[in-house]
Write a protein that binds this ligand. Structure first.
Ligand code: NAG
Ligand code: CU
Length: 296
């Protein structure tokens, strides 16, 4: 039987989710988002009032670009050198201080999206939002399943999920490097968490009324300067075409007791941002795929 306290925390679990509460861009601190509104001193676009996710059935709508409350711009566009790091802090309801990102199972992804001018004028509903993926991590099966710590609900299964790693081992901070070959100009860093704890159950449960995979995009307005000299223009994908509603509908709880042993991170591959056209290894793999009649 659940105590009143347990019921209260279940309710919090259902609505709290998380937001990017702080960012560090090129060594400079900025505020993140507020719940429910944009924050004047932040380059992070708005989150829904409850930090809620984009549900799987909206992955082909404009909401997937920067989230349901991220359509409008924020006043700050943070300047960063190509080659510098951007760090994002996910605020949630778990962890040793009760404010770490709360979910365990899922991937972490980063995309860049050109703003075609000032990000402060960039409206995600224009239908022009195109991205390329610069980083991703999913399930690292070379790692053992971590102990449960503060999160007793995690199911069985070997491996360390990137989302769990971020919260557990990095104080709920994520770091991504803006490629040194990025052309100067304004971009949105489209950072994204994909939570899978409800991915097997599209119908939802009492705790998760909307089931299925949960997408948490976070857009940071950036002005990229001081390029190294080499510029790479990677192929782009319209954001509303990067996922389909069937992506990530995995059952992480089976086959019991070992959980899933492999997770294909959805969306396009991470692009090659090396200043050289194509590495020998990639060219070789490409040639082999063509030999087998595969186009992609
Ligand atoms: C870009 O380079 C210039 C010249 O070296 C420097 O003054 C400026 O601070 C750099 N920008 C950033 C964001 O570091
Ligand atoms: Cu959540």
């Amino acid at each position: 039987m659940l105590s009143k306290l347990a019921l209260a925390s279940l309710a919090a679990y259902a609505s709290a989710h998380g937001i990017v509460s702080q960012v560090m861009v090129g060594g400079q601190w900025y505020n993140g988002a507020n719940y429910g509104s944009t924050n004047d001193n932040s380059p992070v676009r708005g989150f829904p009032y409850d930090g809620g996710y984009v549900p799987y059935y909206n992955v082909n709508t404009d909401d997937i670009v920067c989230g349901a409350n991220g359509h409008g711009s924020v006043p700050v566009t943070a300047t960063v050198n190509a080659g510098d790091d951007v760090k994002l802090r996910w605020h949630g309801d778990r962890g040793p201080t009760g404010d770490y990102w709360g979910h365990y199972e899922g991937s972490v992804m980063d995309y860049l999206m050109r703003c075609d001018g000032d990000c402060s004028n960039f409206q995600t509903s224009y239908g022009n939002a195109r991205v390329y993926k610069i980083w991703e991590a999913g399930l690292d099966t070379s790692q053992p399943r971590p102990d449960q710590g503060f999160w007793p609900s995690r199911p069985q299964g070997d491996g360390l999920w990137a989302m769990d790693d971020m919260s557990r081992n990095w104080g709920s901070w994520h770091t991504v490097t803006i490629p040194a070959t990025t052309a100067p100009g304004q971009y949105m860093l489209r950072h994204e968490l994909l939570a899978l704890q409800a991915a097997s159950n599209l119908a939802g449960t009492a705790e998760t009324p909307i089931g299925g995979p949960q997408y948490y995009p976070a857009c940071v307005q950036l002005n990229v300067v001081n390029n190294s000299g080499n510029v790479v223009y990677p192929p782009e994908t319209p954001v509303r075409e990067i996922y389909s509603t069937g992506d990530a509908q995995v059952n992480i709880y089976t086959p019991a007791p070992n959980g899933i042993e492999h997770f294909d991170i959805p969306g396009p591959n991470v692009v090659n941002t090396s200043p050289y056209k194509r590495s020998a290894r990639r060219a070789d793999r490409h040639a082999r795929r063509e030999a087998f009649g595969k186009t992609h």
